[in-house]
Ligand binder design. Sequence first.
Ligand SMILES: O=C(O)C(=O)C[C@]1(C(=O)O)C=C[C@@H](O)C=C1
Length: 431
Amino acid sequence: MAVNLRRASGLRLEATYFALGQVAVRNPATLRMRRHRKLKLVFEKPELNKVKLRKVLAAYNVEEAAWTKTPDSPYESSSGPEWQNSCAVIMSQLATQLKEEIMTTDSLNAQLPAMSADLMTLPKPLTSVMDLSTAPRHGSLLRVAYQGVPGAYSEMAASKAYPNCEAVPCDQFEAAFQAVELWVVDRAVLPIENSLGGSIHRNYDLLLRHRLHIVGEVQIVVNHCLLGLPGVKKEELRRVVSHPQALAQCEQNLSKLGVTREAVDDTAGAAQFIVAYDLKDTGAIASSRAAEIYGLDILEANIQDDSDNVTRFLMLAREPIIPRNDRPFKTSIVFTLEEGPGVLFKALAAFALRKINLRKIESRPQRKRPLRIIDDSNNGVPQYFDYLFYIDFEASMADPRAQNALGHLQEFAPFVRVLGSYPTDITLICS
Ligand SMILES: O=C(O)C(=O)C[C@]1(C(=O)O)C=C[C@@H](O)C=C1
């Protein structure tokens, strides 16, 4: 993938990042981002102001000690939280910081391949932490993190949730959580479940690990397309790459095609991947918008196994919203239970007794406490699985029934946390 930041920053950066790849920023600087939390910056012009660069990286929580200098002047970090932040945010911030020092000439730009106009509209960088601390109004230019690259379904979900927002791409779900926590962005919009593929477990786990609040939900009808390089025919494909959820949603149709499948971080990233490596024998499952952005042909539209393919996304923020009673609301909670017959039944009864409808129940292993030994009931036999229960129920926390149900649950649940009380999305938009 090549991203042109010239319009936003006055600096021409070419960047590539996807599951198997790296970021390569050519003239006047080279920026390589590798997997495994490794970020490497190589300057072709050593006179570039590294102090400013370091300031940028410090803003992303990169500790000075984590950085080393080698003779050919790269700064390298092999670990640390910086990788968690959005590559694109760092790049755009970097571009702005460096732009005063780099004279970009037309002749330099002419050496680089032409980019799609869509790729030039990357998020504008934030100037300082002070700017970030002023809470933006809903519907104004909020910065909204999503996982993936432009053209991902999550980017569409971010736009549905916050029209006119600046959608900020992140390489991993965790990066989106951290971007909100560090005030790099205002909100995150992340997938939580799909009607064909089921729950996105990683995000359930991250909801518990991080202290963000669910402030809303959006649903998107996902219409997958099989994309190929211009001129390539469907029959010529030997391999199809995409996000694992997307591959799962197209499983039967891909089996009919007789292609091998490979997973990458997101659907639009898959489209970038085949363009970047000019892979004529490889197709990508992605949106029609991704086809437009990356200049690919749609070899088959609606390739998902079932036309009713809906993904639900959660909107996350640092602060909860005030729950209301004048429109349909949902509340999401997570809790643990003691061992024993009927405990889950009792927990669910707290809602049933108050006629509160449950919309979703999910259980996840408790990572910090995977092993529990129960002496009396099981004669000291170790139990290897202990669970967290996530429930979405149809009531607002402003509703006394919901408050009473949680009070009731707390009587026997050792741990209960409200993840958010938010308006139910009753609309559907198509990708
Ligand atoms: O890869 C993307 O485009 C995404 O936005 C991620 C994602 C997911 O995680 O479920 C979102 C919607 C589709 O269900 C497929 C993939």
